[in-house]
Design a protein around this ligand. Structure first.
Ligand code: SF4
Length: 180
């Protein structure tokens, strides 16, 4: 059934193209551009193409809200193998967040090569945490990123490590729940 997942919102993140955008640090809200599909405001903003060894994301002209039909289209593989999904950043609920910054995109910028020469035509840019934090350096590496990749290169495996393990995140959330 279309939009049967409760509380999903329309993609308010449709943004101007790069030439029309403000400086990255001007943006207040943040979307994670490598999100799972089950966060409240998830949208698909890119489709994974290229090859297994060299993935290359194609960015949609208009991000699409997640629906059950859209998720079913990815079968038999997981949606995160073929879609790039954006949703509100989990911040302290994420193993890559240090309380201030996203370590995932820091690692990507420091350890992976650029894969495009120009800013990709990405419609979530204005709200993207990676762009807000790292600017163009993030966008020039972004098209090679696939959230679930069973053929991840050795380089990517070496570069991307969680900042925190899941047990610490669980403790943090318990502290927040206790008002500490
Ligand atoms: S890093 Fe750049 S290209 Fe990637 S999702 Fe964010 S704004 Fe779009």
């Amino acid at each position: 059934m279309a939009n049967s997942r409760k509380d999903r919102t329309q993609p308010s993140q449709a943004t101007p193209m790069p030439s029309e955008m403000a400086h990255p640090k001007d943006s207040k809200s943040s979307l994670c551009p490598s999100s799972p599909p089950d966060t409240q405001d998830s949208v698909v903003f890119g489709i994974v193409g290229g090859t297994v060894d060299s993935p290359q994301v194609a960015y949609l002209r208009e991000p699409q809200p997640i629906t059950d039909e859209l998720l079913a289209l990815s079968e038999p593989v997981d949606p995160t193998e073929v879609y790039r999904i954006a949703a509100s950043c989990w911040e302290r609920g994420c193993q890559h967040f240090d309380g201030h910054q996203c370590h995932l995109i820091q690692q990507i910028v420091e350890g992976l090569p650029t894969v495009v020469k120009d800013l990709p035509p990405c419609r979530i840019r204005q709200d993207c945490r990676w762009w807000q934090q790292e600017g163009k350096a993030a966008c020039l590496r972004c098209p090679q990123i696939v959230r679930t990749n069973y053929s991840m290169s050795e380089t990517v495996k070496k570069v991307i490590k969680p900042h925190l393990d899941r047990e610490i995140i669980a403790l943090r959330e318990a502290e927040i729940g206790n008002g500490e």
